[in-house]
Design a protein around this ligand. Structure first.
Ligand code: HEC
Length: 162
């Protein structure tokens, strides 16, 4: 009886030790993944705003030349940037305000669908006003967005294909 007891005891301890080793190695893996995640590059709020600024400007010239396909593309780029802000900057005070930009974007989307230049122009004004309203709300009223005078890039033709 006795030897059998010791054998079972030893086997039990061995199995237990092995499990502890596995748990420890999983813990180490999680730790190293966590520190890798913390070091992953995440675009800042201002980086997204820089991209929004470019698409806001391109959108204007797309509408001006009635290049509705490009205008539609630019509106969706803006919507994607908003979604990215909501995803990557979830929970920030500023992010809670970003939704105010959706109604004017929807209205521009409608104008594009109807190829309605007058509605496009008035919705664009309301979009620009909303940019500034939000900047005011986050105490950054010194960031003033306006309707652009010149295309943001000289290497892109905003006129539609004939
Ligand atoms: C949440 C509300 C909000 C809305 C809506 C918003 N912004 Fe901003 N914007 C911010 C915040 C916050 C910053 C400062 C980001 C930072 O901390 O770097 C900013 C910064 C900027 C900057 C400064 C970036 C720079 O480097 O000079 C520009 C340009 C800008 N926004 C353009 C726009 C445009 C164009 C729109 C509308 C299409 C818009 N923003 C709508 C909150 C908003």
């Amino acid at each position: 009886m006795r030897p059998l007891f010791f054998i079972l005891m030893t086997l039990g301890l061995f199995a237990c030790n092995q499990q502890n080793d596995q748990t420890q190695s999983l813990k180490n893996k999680i730790d190293s993944l966590e520190s890798k995640l913390a070091d992953t590059y995440k675009p800042g709020f201002g980086d997204f705003m820089g991209s929004i600024q470019a698409h806001h400007s391109k959108l204007w010239f797309a509408g001006l030349y009635e290049n509705w396909d490009l205008a539609d593309f630019e509106v969706h780029e803006l919507m994607e940037a908003i979604e990215d802000i909501e995803k990557f900057h979830e929970g920030r005070e500023e992010t809670l305000l970003i939704g105010m930009i959706m109604p004017p974007l929807d209205s521009i989307s409608n104008a594009i669908e109807q190829k309605n230049t007058a509605l496009f122009n008035s919705s664009y004004t309301s979009l620009t006003n909303t940019c500034n309203q939000c900047h005011k709300a986050v105490d950054m009223e010194f960031i003033i967005v306006k309707q652009p005078d010149t295309p943001p890039f000289s290497n892109q033709d905003f006129k539609p294909l004939k």
